[in-house]
Design a protein around this ligand. Structure first.
Ligand code: FES
Length: 132
């Protein structure tokens, strides 16, 4: 591989970074959700918060916010599109590779950023199950 290649973001990554889907703007209390998951990335210290609404065992809607980088924002935007409408079990099966495929490949050294939203979603689903 050419050394510069790994620095290139796909058009899909750029689109999801610049126009993140399901991003929570403003007051989080205004998004009435059933559970929240909060995680930090031990590699870089960034945080992710995921809010889910559940209906009939499916993710009816979700929002997220983060201190993460551009790759984390694009990855979580993609994850939010992939997870909406899925059963909780199917949402848990979404892998970092699924997110990477959806985005058209993240640069290898940014792959860990895709795990942040993924872990926050898992945490939100676990919290939902604990409390329902
Ligand atoms: S470098 Fe921390 S989330 Fe990407």
């Amino acid at each position: 591989m050419n050394e510069g290649e790994d620095w290139v973001y796909s058009e899909t990554v750029k689109d999801h970074f610049l126009h993140p889907r399901n991003f929570l703007m403003g007051d989080e209390k205004k998004f009435k959700c059933d559970a929240v998951g909060i995680v930090g990335n031990p590699i870089c210290g960034d945080q992710m918060k995921m809010f889910i609404k559940v209906k009939n065992g499916k993710i009816e809607d979700l929002r997220w916010k983060t201190y993460g980088c551009a790759s984390a924002i694009a990855s979580t935007s993609a994850l939010s599109e992939l997870a909406k409408g899925k059963t909780l079990d199917d949402a848990l099966k979404i892998s970092a590779k699924d997110i990477d495929d959806f985005l058209g490949n993240l640069p290898r050294h940014k792959f860990h950023c895709s795990i942040l939203g993924h872990d926050a979603l898992k945490e939100a689903i676990n919290n939902y199950r604990k409390n329902s």
